[in-house]
Ligand binder design. Structure first.
Ligand code: KG4
Ligand code: ZN
Length: 359
């Protein structure tokens, strides 16, 4: 099968073509980031994002088809992120995909953005080229989500834990903003942390040592603010920034490793032959955190996989792949599909204590 995928749920306008014929392959992958539009505001402004998607989408889709060297008749379906995300942007991608599907008489697939992150490793496989079969344990860490899920098959996810307040990517972005670093904060914190002393600042490890595998990051973020306020007045020194970034990243890694250790135990109890531990979503691009989690997975003997760094942050290939997986199972969506601002992967999961809408 050959599928076009469109992603517009946040601040990337992206389109890609993937195939599962004669080996899984990405035939094209075009990502236009709106960073410059949002940077002055230190975060994504939904209305600016939606307008930027409208302006870019036709050109990005055309480029993805041209890069793939394909004609519309070569496609087996068209997928777009149908949610969750910023609704104005999701509508742009969904309307574009529906129009193309209607005009070309192709099936349309509305993809859950979280499912797209969750299934990306099945497109890319392990580092040594092995395929990833179900079930596996997924740590999904992005700007909007921080969850641990048992991925049992396409469309079936059991949530083992989630954040009761902020997502980890959000904590990275907000901490970076407080330090005067650019948006998005994750990559910049990772870069600055390389030169820092991770033991200089004593930051909390929220939830560490507790039963279960829920997360909390708002206390860590608050402590970053208090630490900054306690520094001598005047401009922030590069050394202070590097040490705070390193201390923050270390604390985040300690929390992730502690929560994932519990999740591995819970997962293995239910799926004795399952695995590996997979980490996906934008924060999975962080090599220090990946290394931490890989070491844990080796110690727990469960195996480890993560998408290539470029496919951790939002892209069209993951959407095309999730669409392809659903089409292969004979599934697609009607053209009256309504974009969904919220779309949990495990609708049956109990609401986490104290959690807001993100859980
Ligand atoms: O998956 P994604 O592109 O969008 C969402 O679905 O949210 O994730 C974006 C998030 C941002 O919060 C960004 O700061 C974070 O991923 N991120 C990182 C890194 N690269 C991106 N966080 C930590 N380290 C990185 N290298
Ligand atoms: Zn994402």
């Amino acid at each position: 099968m050959i599928v076009l995928g469109i992603e517009t749920s946040c601040d990337e306008t992206a389109a890609a073509v993937v195939t599962d014929g004669e080996g899984k392959r990405i035939l094209s992958n075009v990502v236009l980031s709106q960073l410059d539009e949002h940077r002055p505001y230190g975060g994504v402004v939904p209305e600016i994002a939606a307008r930027a998607h409208v302006e870019a989408i036709d050109g990005i889709v055309t480029e993805a088809m041209r890069d793939a060297g394909l004609d519309w008749d070569d496609l087996d379906g068209i997928a777009a992120t149908g949610g969750p995300g910023l609704i104005g942007g999701v509508m742009v991608g969904v309307m574009t995909a529906k129009a193309l599907a209607y005009a070309r008489r192709l099936p349309f697939v509305a993809v859950n953005h979280l499912e797209a992150h969750a299934l990306t490793v099945r497109l890319t496989g392990t580092d040594d080229g092995r395929a990833i079969d179900f079930p596996y344990l997924l740590l999904l860490v992005s700007g909007g989500h921080c969850q641990l899920l048992a991925v049992e098959r396409v469309g079936r996810y059991r949530r083992l834990g989630t954040t009761i307040d902020d997502a980890l990517g959000e904590a990275f972005d907000k901490s970076a903003k407080m330090m005067g670093l650019g948006y998005p904060g994750g990559p910049e914190i990772e870069r600055r942390a390389q030169a820092g002393d991770d033991a200089r600042f004593d930051l909390p490890r929220p939830m560490k040592g507790r039963a279960g595998c829920d997360f909390s990051f708002s206390g860590l973020k608050t402590k970053v603010r208090q630490t900054l306020e306690a520094l001598p007045p005047g401009p922030l020194q590069d050394r202070d920034i590097a040490d705070l970034c390193a201390s923050f990243q270390k604390a985040a890694g300690d929390v992730l490793a502690d929560r994932c250790a519990n999740a591995i135990d819970m997962f293995v109890a239910d799926h004795p032959t399952g695995g590996p531990l997979v980490v996906a979503g934008g924060v999975a691009a962080n090599l220090a955190l990946r290394g931490r989690l890989e070491a844990l997975a080796v110690e727990k003997d469960i195996g480890f996989a993560a998408p290539p760094v470029a496919l951790c942050t939002d892209n069209g290939a993951m959407v095309a792949w999730a669409g392809l997986e659903r089409l292969r199972l004979g599934e697609h969506d009607a053209l009256d599909f309504k974009p969904r601002p919220r779309w949990p992967l495990d609708p049956g999961a109990p609401k986490a204590a104290y959690a807001g809408v993100k859980a």
